[in-house]
Design a protein around this ligand. Structure first.
Ligand SMILES: *[C@@H]1O[C@H](CO)[C@@H](O)[C@H](O)[C@H]1NC(C)=O
Ligand SMILES: *[C@@H]1O[C@H](CO)[C@@H](O)[C@H](O)[C@H]1NC(C)=O
Length: 511
């Protein structure tokens, strides 16, 4: 028999758990597979905890989990395919990239605003406890949180960078905070600091003169009654960063920024039989090779592909290559290709000796988690930068994809496979990544719930956001002190003259 207080207690638990389940809207509008994979991984963590999750994205799930609704941005993917976009052709000139990227990201925002399903969502009159938005130079989309009158949580697939810092008031001095378009770590030489500072000024000018006005125009085209952009873009309750000091440099974080790096990594599942046998039985171990989900094998320049094949054919290890085509002409005997491979489960196998990667951040995390050394062949600037950082952290060799040559590859592969230091450093970084008061998954739930519990958690906001730029840089204070100093000097000089000048005059008269 239940006593009264027990019934009350049970009711209490029921009420608690029902209010604990929050209604969350996730916006992951970027039509790139890796963006969707990380965004959906984030929202699935929240759905699994029992929250009621809605995700806006161009992708759909075959078997969506429980509590997981989709608002599909139909058409966004087809348009991307039509453009015949080849990732190997991306430019790395930072001046070009910054302008181009501001423009492309604004087009993506416009396509989202113009989407029928998105419009329906905005008119639905639904209530949300928080809106989670992937940052991709998508400031106008922050309006969604304002529209639903819900706290805004921003997710960044990278570390704190210039996409995030200005809106949180996070310290971003170009003396040690490298920009995302440059392949620098926070350990910069003099000339790297010069270039980093020039690009820093350039980015901020582009942002204020070109990018934000453009985003504001798109917003008001679809929502004429919306307030001006700068009324709400600095109103971000929380930033979830796909960052961790095991992989990224140690950089400042204001209290509204939380690390969740490695959150996408799940417990390894059993491998399919053929792969399990292949990995178990490879006498000299296996090298796993994948350029991620965007850099497709068919787009890889033939000349570089030939260099890779020649180099790999000289190794005694088996090479398992995620290669999306049927045929690989000139495939050596020790190379096995598959159109798709369960990367995380493969990297967890003890017989994996090395991971040849494009240096994407999710791949880097998976390698570090499982303690696997990397040969990093970055194509775009962020990947090249990830490779450089991995090299600095001692578990990788890095060379930009377009610079690969047979001799360098031979040398790097020999070094990585024979010198135990790379494996040891990878294992050390793996221990750092796992050494946490709470897992990355638990941190996602905790901080999202925290923002909901504290209705936007405005106590985390730093005061610098309410200052103007010259107040923030203390220019007004410097100007005041300079003027005061000058006034003081002139006053002293005047007093000196009037006091001593008279004496001198007197002396002159008496003399
Ligand atoms: C908005 O969508 C409509 C069809 O739904 C299309 O005709 C129009 O071109 C789109 N506008 C933009 C700017 O994409
Ligand atoms: C800023 O966020 C808080 C907390 O979510 C909210 O109460 C407030 O209305 C927001 N302000 C604007 C201008 O969106």
């Amino acid at each position: 028999m239940l006593r009264h207080c027990e019934i009350l207690f049970l009711l209490g638990v029921l009420v608690m758990s029902s209010t604990d389940a929050a209604k969350l809207l996730g916006i992951f509008h970027v039509p790139g597979k890796s963006h969707y994979l990380s965004g959906s991984a984030l929202m699935k963590i929240l759905a699994e905890k029992g929250h009621d999750v809605t995700i806006v994205s161009p992708f759909t799930e075959k078997n969506p989990p429980k509590n997981y609704k989709e608002v599909v941005l139909t058409g966004l993917l087809d348009e991307k395919k039509d453009e015949n976009f080849n990732m190997f052709d991306m430019t790395n000139n930072p001046f070009m990239m910054i302008g181009l990227f501001s423009y492309i990201s604004t087009i993506m925002v416009e396509k989202t605003f113009n989407n029928t399903n998105f419009k329906k969502l905005m008119q639905s009159g639904e209530k949300y406890d928080a809106v989670i938005l992937e940052e991709f130079n998508s400031e106008a989309l922050k309006y969604v949180a304002h529209h639903f009158n819900a706290p805004l949580i921003v997710y960044n697939a990278m570390d704190a960078n210039e996409w995030i810092n200005p809106y949180q008031g996070n310290p971003d001095s170009p003396s040690y905070v490298p920009l995302v378009y440059l392949p620098y770590t926070s350990d910069m030489s003099f000339f790297e600091r010069v270039y980093n500072s020039i690009i820093y000024v350039y980015i901020n000018l582009v942002r204020h003169i070109f990018f934000l006005p453009m985003q504001n125009r798109v917003l008001h085209k679809y929502y004429p009654n919306a307030p001006n952009l700068d009324q709400f873009i600095y109103n971000v309750s929380l930033v979830l960063l796909n960052a961790d000091e095991s992989v990224y440099d140690a950089l400042p974080r204001v209290p509204s920024m939380k690390n969740i790096g490695g959150f996408h990594i799940h417990q390894p599942k059993p491998l399919p039989n053929d792969l399990q046998q292949l990995l178990d039985n490879a006498e000299h171990g296996v090298i796993y090779f994948s350029m991620g989900s965007n850099l497709l094998a068919k787009d890889m320049p033939t000349e570089k592909k030939k260099i890779l094949l020649r180099t790999l054919s000289k190794l005694k290890q088996t090479v398992l290559w995620k290669y999306e085509e049927e045929n690989l002409p000139g495939k050596p005997e020790n190379v096995i290709t598959r159109k798709w491979l369960p990367q995380n489960d493969i990297l967890a196998h003890k017989n994996i000796k090395l991971f040849i990667t494009h240096g994407g951040i999710f791949s880097t995390y998976e390698a570090v988690y499982h303690g696997v050394p990397l040969l990093s062949l970055g194509v775009i600037s962020e990947q090249i930068l990830n490779g450089k950082r991995s090299e600095k952290n001692g578990y990788a060799k890095a060379v930009p994809f377009f610079d690969i040559e047979e001799e360098t590859l031979d040398l790097y592969l020999k070094e990585l496979l024979e010198n135990p230091k790379y494996k040891e450093n990878a294992a050390r970084r793996s221990r750092i990544l796992k050494d946490k008061p709470q897992s990355a998954t638990a941190a996602v739930n905790y901080w999202v719930e925290y923002v909901v519990r504290h209705k936007g958690a405005s106590h985390l906001r730093v005061a610098s956001l309410d200052l103007t730029w010259y107040q923030c840089m203390l220019l007004d204070v410097v100007a005041f002190l300079l003027v005061s100093f000058v006034v003081l000097i002139y006053t002293l000089k005047f007093l000196f003259r009037t006091v001593f000048g008279r004496k001198v005059n007197k002396k002159e008269k008496t003399a």
